[in-house]
Design a protein around this ligand. Structure first.
Ligand code: SF4
Length: 178
């Protein structure tokens, strides 16, 4: 199973005219269903839907979905970025499938943490060192994979050791797909 042929479409969703956000969709000529449990095992933060035969993932605020014959990304800032990301996702599927002998497939459906669960573990001082106006905004962005735990320097102070390790087990950050 290797994706080498597909139709690529980049568009602005009709429900968001003028939103200046782009979606990209690759229509595949092969079924990638068998690759989804391997992606689920290796893509941290992904949510696998066994019955729907789909895997969803958030990366940098972009919404990514893998289906049997389709791969899609949405909420991307520009047309070129959407196209580039989709090509990166196709490479990711191909690389994961090539490495499948080294991976134990996972059929588990993991839940994303809620922003409130994340917020409770932050220092909650609204110090703005992360570049966000409040810890709540930071929590929202952390859950959406738009921020990383390391973006909050106070968390690495001694008094927050316990909260930091809880947060690290709760928030599973997405790896780069290049
Ligand atoms: S750096 Fe951390 S403590 Fe400061 S506002 Fe951001 S999330 Fe809150």
């Amino acid at each position: 199973m290797k994706i080498d042929k597909y139709d690529l479409e980049v568009f602005t969703p009709p429900c968001e005219p003028g939103a200046e956000r782009f979606s990209a969709l690759a229509r595949l000529t092969i079924d990638i269903s068998e690759a989804l449990p391997y992606l689920n095992a290796t893509l941290r933060g992904a949510v696998y839907h066994l019955r729907a035969n789909a895997l969803t993932w958030k990366k940098g605020g972009h919404n990514i979905a893998f289906h049997a014959y389709e791969i899609a990304t949405s909420n991307v800032e520009d047309r070129e970025g959407a196209e580039k990301e989709l090509k990166g996702l196709i490479d990711l599927v191909n690389r994961t499938w090539e490495r499948r002998d080294e991976i134990t497939p996972s059929y588990e459906t993991r839940q994303r943490p809620t922003p409130m669960a994340v917020y409770q573990l932050l220092p909650r001082t609204n110090c703005k060192r992360c570049g966000e106006p409040t810890c709540w905004t930071f929590a929202l962005k952390l859950v959406a994979s738009q921020k990383k735990i390391t973006d909050c320097p106070p968390l690495f102070e001694k008094q927050f050791n316990e909260k930091l390790s809880e947060l690290q087990s709760l928030v599973i950050e997405a790896p780069s797909i290049g």
